[in-house]
Design a protein. Structure first.
Lengths: 336, 382
């Protein structure tokens, strides 16, 4: 309780400090270079100066924070990836050499590749199907809310939910995991799903798909609604059936949005960590890059060189999407 | 739009949506139902059977010799196997774990030391012996019983008390609330500058923010850990503090906050600002008096995102707050329980439900803003 009080106090202090900073700096700026009540050259000169300085006062705290927490670490991580475990001695590319020859790393890359192949595709596919279907029924919004709900659940919480579904009891005893109960009901024999190499990746992916479909659905549903009615009416008049309209008229018009959903989920997949940590912690050949990186951060007192090198690999995989995003944003701004 | 309302296709649509909704809600429903079940029932039957009577193999330890009563020259220990449960039926019993169901109710079993054990179908039992019984450990009685469904909040009480979930709940709140509130103002000012002020380098800064949106957290972990350790050692304070994690969450949340708010503010009508400027208002006045109130929906969207993200986060908390017993947030505690209490589903389900209940409340009450934020926050494509 005391701790919560401390949190609320700090929060109030933090907000007050922000207010004080923004208000104070602006007040000082207006004092040093007054423009109100003055006329002529001085006023316009002062106005020009304040207009040059003020944006940087507004941006200041955000820029400092972004620099410390994101920009500097990126540079430092790259630097560290060429150093040994304590970050002192330069070791060239030996961390990366180690990586290529390390079985666990190669396993992670392979698994991450599987994740990249399956999760964005599946989540986008389900999202699109659900968006298209729910747009047409009266209780569509309720259905959407329920499917969107897992979005609010933490990856760890979702892992517990699904671990319960995958729960395994030896053959003969009553299964309390839904999946094994179904398998047994259909005459199969129960499996410890998490310990099946290769396939366990897919059981983990299901969790992320379950969470992310809602996101895809919300964005794609908005895009579908944004399609001009005339294009669909024209197709109906020309005698197109439902499927033709969906695949030939609607989908092509929302390609841009599909790409956005796909790339957003792709980024998330590259960073997936909580699910693997909670479900298998990389055992049974289910390791992924982010979990491996976390592992090396603390393994044997922490190997910062190797950890940073793995982080750099994740970063390199993200960069194409980053560039694509920046170009899109720039294009969009030109249109304004 | 496609199928006319009366076509049979509509039924296919209804059915498939019902199926999909079931697929997406059943996992969570299973968790909730399980967390409310009696822990002995939960361990032996699936949650979908929660409403039916379950057959359980159970163990009961009879009271020790000090509870024996002398009756007609014989020594008797008696009681009820099903005590604490309102109803139930014993269908078989035994007295060692290899043969837990040898005897039918009403039969008498000869215990090794000359005593006789009788169990009735309603659960009452009697151990009768000719001589006084000894030893403080009571006889174990194995029995199979049909137990009616039982729902309880005992699991919740237990995890709140014994498993540290209560303390972790406070920790999570401590992390999430300031991490949500503090960045808002910082981001709002920056967003205004990027949306409406003219200065050299603005386009580059916007590009940087868009780029930072996707930088993996993993890149930041090691350098910041080193930085925190350094600062902690320099100032003589612990490196893992709440202040540290608040600032970290703020830094990681800022790109999305700035991007979201900038998009929103840039869409506000230019005329409002121009007329205010003509009236002699400075940028500061315009921002505080006009833009900030108008941007409320975007601020709310961001606040919800940030809250969900900080509450649900595991990675940042584990690195910057540590994994000590006192500092675990809910997600971290849950991961620990998964390791230590992997088979105790009554503890896991109840704990998991406590960790997801707050985000779910936020989700259901503020879904509108969440959707709006999602639509504004994803980088728009070609």
């Amino acid at each position: 309780m005391q701790q919560l009080l401390f949190a609320v106090t700090t929060m109030a202090a933090g907000v007050l400090a922000c207010v004080a900073y923004f208000y104070g700096t602006n007040w000082i700026l207006d004092r040093i270079f007054p423009s109100k009540g003055l006329t002529g050259k001085v006023a316009s000169r002062n106005l020009r100066i304040t207009n040059t300085i003020r944006p940087w006062l507004f941006l200041g705290p955000a820029m400092v924070s972004l620099t410390i927490y994101l920009i500097y670490p990126v540079i430092e991580s790259v630097w560290l990836s060429f150093h040994d475990k304590s970050g002192q001695t330069f070791v060239g590319i030996s961390n990366f050499k180690w990586m290529i020859n390390d079985g666990e790393f190669r396993q992670s890359i392979y698994n991450n590749f599987l994740w990249l192949l399956v999760v964005p595709a599946a989540a986008t596919f389900f999202g699109l199907i659900i968006a298209a279907l729910t747009d047409r029924i009266w209780w569509g919004n309720i259905a959407k809310t329920l499917i969107f709900m897992p979005m609010a659940i933490s990856f760890v919480g979702a892992s517990v939910i699904w671990k319960f579904i995958y729960d395994f009891r030896p053959e003969g005893s009553e299964q309390i995991g839904l999946l094994n109960a179904l398998v047994v009901a259909f005459g199969g024999s129960p499996e410890a799903w998490m310990t099946l190499p290769f396939w366990n990746n897919f059981f983990l992916m299901v969790i992320l798909i379950w969470i992310q479909t809602g996101f895809a659905m919300v964005i794609l549903s908005a895009a579908l609604r944004g399609i001009p009615e005339e294009t669909i009416e024209a197709a109906v008049i020309d005698g197109a059936n439902g499927l033709q309209i969906f695949f030939k008229i609607m989908i092509p018009q929302i390609w841009g949005t599909i790409a956005v959903v796909w790339t957003t989920i792709t980024i998330l997949v590259l960073k997936v960590f909580d699910i693997v940590l909670a479900m298998t912690n990389g055992q049974w050949q289910s390791q992924v890059l982010a979990n491996l990186m976390f592992d090396w951060m603390f393994r044997g007192g922490g190997d910062f060189g190797r950890g940073a090198a793995i982080a750099v690999v994740i970063m390199v995989l993200v960069i194409p999407i980053m560039i694509w995003n920046i170009r899109n944003a720039a294009k969009e701004m030109e249109g304004r | 739009m496609i199928a006319s309302a009366r076509s049979p296709l509509v039924w296919v649509v209804h059915l498939s949506v019902i199926l999909l909704v079931l697929l997406w809600t059943l996992p969570t429903a299973g968790l909730l139902i399980s967390s409310l079940r009696d822990k002995d029932q939960l361990a032996v039957s699936g949650w979908w059977t929660a409403l039916s009577t379950s057959t359980q193999s159970l163990v009961y330890r009879a009271p020790g010799a000090e509870k024996q009563v002398e009756k007609d020259g014989k020594f008797v220990i008696s009681g009820n196997l099903l005590e604490g449960q309102s109803t139930g039926q014993v269908s078989a019993f035994g007295f060692n774990s290899r043969e837990p169901a040898t005897f039918q109710p009403g039969q008498t079993a000869d215990l090794s030391d000359g005593a006789k054990l009788t169990v009735q179908a309603d659960g009452t039992f009697e151990i009768v012996s000719d001589k006084a019984m000894e030893g403080t450990r009571g006889q174990r009685i194995f029995y199979t019983a049909a137990v009616p469904p039982r729902f309880t909040i005992d699991n919740y009480i237990e995890v709140m008390r014994a498993e540290g979930i209560g303390a972790s709940f406070i920790n999570s709140l401590t992390v999430a609330i300031p991490s949500t509130i503090i960045p808002i103002l910082v981001a709002a000012f920056a967003a205004y500058a990027l949306a409406w002020m003219k200065f050299p380098g603005r386009a580059i800064l916007i590009a940087v923010v868009v780029g930072l949106l996707v930088v993996p957290l993993q890149m930041s972990l090691i350098p910041l850990l080193k930085l925190y350790n350094g600062v902690g050692a320099f100032l003589g304070v612990p490196a893992k503090t709440y202040v540290g994690i608040w600032l970290a969450h703020m830094g990681f949340g800022l790109p999305l906050a700035i991007y979201l708010l900038r998009n929103y503010m840039a869409g506000l009508p230019r005329e409002i600002m121009e007329s205010a400027r003509v009236d002699g208002a400075s940028d500061f006045d315009i921002f505080v008096k006009i833009i900030l109130p108008l941007s409320f929906p975007a601020l709310a969207s961001f606040a919800i995102f940030q809250f969900l993200w900080t509450w649900n986060d595991l990675l940042v908390a584990m690195v910057f707050l540590g994994t000590g017993n006192d500092s675990l947030v809910l997600t971290g505690r849950l991961v620990n329980l998964l390791g230590s209490r992997g088979g105790n589903w009554e503890i896991l389900t109840a704990s998991a439900f406590i960790t997801i209940i707050v985000p779910l409340i936020v989700f259901f009450s503020l879904q509108r803003y969440l959707v709006r934020g999602l639509l504004a926050g994803s980088v728009k494509g070609g």
